[in-house]
Design a protein around this ligand. Structure first.
Ligand SMILES: [Zn+2]
Length: 405
């Protein structure tokens, strides 16, 4: 279909405003708004008519135009048959969006919308007449118009990639929803005490987690809604982590985006339970990165056995050995029963008393250390308890290094 044909088809029945007309030709020429395109095309068609060409269109489309050679009778066309004069109305709607945005601190934003469904139907009808070769969608034009108006009213910037806030405006229900981008803070932590979990337990079995302690000052700074700690692996609740473990703290739906890392670090390190260091602002990609890291870890265990210690040299058999671990009994309810193989990269031991042994061991990520020591009813093979023919009474375990550098 050529341009002339498209143009007459578009104006054949009802009245179509400049913006809706121009939008069907949005990809032709740059440097023009759709409104300008529509105006040019309407004038062009009017000139053809004035020159004497017979063109079958709804003459009310030329109500604003003064003909010179021909007499063309027109009536006031009223509202646009496609958009129903939506666009002048949009400016009023923007106030509602801006009001909602004002609850947050932000520099950049993006707007998405759901156009009224009847309007989409009318757009469809028009496309059946003129095709979609050069068109822009009404949805995209609404986004742009709203965006420019928000920019004008707020002085903030529209941004396609990773905007601070994405506005979702439903024109059917007049509802404005905001999607506020999380803040991400990278760092490393030490857990200095036992019996606190890494992440917040919503059931509150444990009143405080590493996550809560780390997040607290950031929550205060940002007045955020929630937080999530993404750790590079985790230690058991009763295990201290004296080695520095990488993490990314995600601050969800922050009201403010300005962070004082130094101040937060000092607050956390005053807790005596958790230390943090190497803080930096990062993005969501870092979460995937630290989640996929599989660093070796070194542990120190203080183990009390039932009988007096003997045959300790047998522990050396574990040096560089690949051990076979079935999913431990203690986590079977939460995790699938499968076999994992992990290498013991280094192992040392020292007897502290007659029944108390200190073991330092470096293993691949994901090794169950307690099970390596007590054997878990034979589910871990080989294991220290079997090797030295003794039974474990208790284990105190510390992570002493996360080998991630
Ligand atoms: Zn229109």
């Amino acid at each position: 279909m050529k341009l002339n044909e498209k143009l007459t088809n578009a104006l054949k029945e009802g009245y179509v405003c400049d913006r809706c007309l121009g939008r069907q030709f949005a990809q032709l020429l740059s440097g023009y708004t759709n409104e300008e395109r529509g105006e040019i095309l309407r004038q062009y068609l009017a000139m053809l008519i004035d020159s004497g060409e017979k063109i079958e269109v709804n003459k009310n489309n030329f109500h604003s135009i003064k003909f010179h050679l021909k007499t063309v009778k027109t009536e006031n066309p009223g509202k646009c048959s496609v958009c129903g004069n939506l666009f002048p109305e949009l400016k009023k709607k923007v106030k509602k969006i801006v009001k909602k945005l004002n609850e947050y601190e932000y520099e950049t934003f993006l707007i998405g919308n759901r156009p009224p469904s009847e309007l989409l139907k009318k757009e469809q009808v028009l496309w059946e007449k003129v095709g979609i070769e050069w068109c822009e969608t009404i949805k995209s034009e609404i986004n742009r118009v709203l965006g420019k108006e928000v920019e004008f009213l707020t002085g903030k910037r529209m941004k396609r990639r990773l905007p601070d806030i994405t506005v979702l405006y439903d024109l059917n229900t007049d509802e404005v929803k905001l999607n506020v981008r999380s803040l991400f803070i990278y760092g490393k932590y030490q857990k200095l005490v036992r019996d606190i979990p890494q992440t917040t337990w919503k059931t509150r079995i444990y009143p405080v987690a590493v996550e809560d302690i780390v997040a607290k000052p950031f929550m205060k700074q940002t007045e955020a809604e929630d937080h999530t700690l993404h750790g590079c692996g985790r230690e058991d609740v009763d295990v201290k982590c004296l080695g520095w473990r990488p993490f990314v703290l995600e601050v969800v739906k922050p009201k403010k985006r300005e962070l004082d890392l130094e101040k937060a670090l000092k607050k956390v390190n005053k807790s005596k339970k958790v230390n943090i260091k190497d803080l930096e602002i990062t993005n969501h990609k870092r979460v995937t990165k630290i989640k996929s890291m599989r660093p070796d870890k070194s542990y120190r265990a203080e183990v009390i056995f039932e009988k007096s210690l003997e045959n300790l040299e047998k522990i050396e058999e574990l040096q560089d050995k690949v051990i076979r671990q079935e999913t431990p009994n203690r986590v079977l309810t939460r995790r699938a029963d499968k076999v994992r193989k992990r290498r013991v990269k280094d192992i040392k031991y020292k007897s502290l008393t007659k029944k108390k042994l200190e073991i330092t061991v470096k293993t691949q990520a994901g090794t169950y250390i307690k099970e390596l020591i007590h054997g878990d009813d034979g589910r871990t093979q080989p294991n220290i308890a079997d090797l030295i023919d003794n039974k474990v009474k208790s284990i105190k375990l510390d992570v002493i290094k996360v080998h991630c550098d």
